[in-house]
Design a protein around this ligand. Structure first.
Ligand SMILES: C[S@@+](CC[C@H](N)C(=O)[O-])C[C@H]1O[C@@H](n2cnc3c(N)ncnc32)[C@H](O)[C@@H]1O
Length: 257
């Protein structure tokens, strides 16, 4: 299905952005990479939280403060520098305050005989990744409302299913499911063909004329391939701005002076 490079890229994007709730429409090779990334995020979270708590106890008495980020902010500058230089390096204590378990909801109606979608359940079990995945056997159309009610907004969505009609239906029905607080949507194969290219242009036009305010858009192409060779990534930031940590940056720069 031409996702031999896309799948490891998705793995790394999930490792980078640490989503809690992922949605995949159109299962296959990519499903395993998404599930593995969520599993690796979970392992990192558990060991990271243990180390963060140990390091914070060295720089302050946790019991004196309400939260780990508060104990960090109350510590003196040299203690904070020591904290940043202990594993997990450069940690943001607030990330470790609430439990982090990632889940993937993966939908496929098994309508295509040419994909590996039907083998994914067994492959997930063999790789001990089943706990991270809810498999949904059926068409994606008509499921957005129920998914939002059951799981809440999704912060990472990967769409790889059908042609112009399906992409259009997906976009109309599923946009509200994407978390406005930084949710990421990736649409496969949006360049070098006019069908999904039309959907990409429609999104770009909606952004330009103000119908979709607060989105960032990037499309990338694999120049060595004639098809299945591209994606468009959107970040939804209607309600969102990245936190600023200038003070921490100043502390870490002091060491360099
Ligand atoms: C391009 S393949 C997915 C490839 C997969 N991401 C990979 O990396 O191998 C598209 C999949 O979408 C499924 N599909 C097609 N129409 C669908 C629909 N309306 N609802 C849900 N799944 C559908 C097909 O059964 C097929 O497995």
């Amino acid at each position: 299905m031409g996702t031999e490079v896309m799948a490891p890229l998705l793995y790394n994007l999930v490792r980078f952005t640490r989503p809690k709730l992922c949605l995949e429409i159109g299962m296959g090779y990519t499903s395993l990479f998404l599930a593995k990334a969520l599993s690796d995020n979970r392992h990192d979270f558990i060991s990271g939280r243990e180390n963060v708590n140990k390091s914070l106890q060295k720089i302050s008495s946790l019991s004196k403060f309400n939260s780990v980020s508060e104990s960090f902010s109350k510590a003196d500058k040299s203690s904070r520098l020591r904290f940043l230089e202990s594993p997990p390096y450069l940690a943001d204590p607030s990330y470790y305050e609430t439990d982090h378990i990632g889940k993937l909801v993966a939908i496929d109606d098994l309508s295509s005989e040419n994909t590996s979608a039907s083998e994914i359940k067994a492959a997930l079990a063999e790789l001990s990744l089943s706990d991270h995945v809810n498999l949904v056997n059926g068409t994606f159309q008509g499921k957005a409302k129920g998914l939002k009610e059951k799981f809440g907004p999704f912060d990472f969505v990967w769409f790889d299913c059908g042609g112009m009609k399906e992409y259009d239906e997906f976009f109309s029905e599923y946009w509200d499911l994407l978390d406005p607080d930084g949710g990421i949507l990736i649409l496969h194969y949006t360049l070098t063909n006019t069908s999904m290219g039309y959907i990409r242009q429609k999104i770009e036009l909606a952004k330009a004329n103000g119908e979709l305010p607060g989105i960032e858009i990037l499309s990338l192409r694999e120049p060595h391939k004639m098809m299945q060779n591209s994606f468009t990534m959107l970040r939804r930031i209607d309600n969102f701005s990245d936190q600023i940590y200038n003070e921490v940056r100043d502390i870490s720069l002091e060491r360099d002076v």
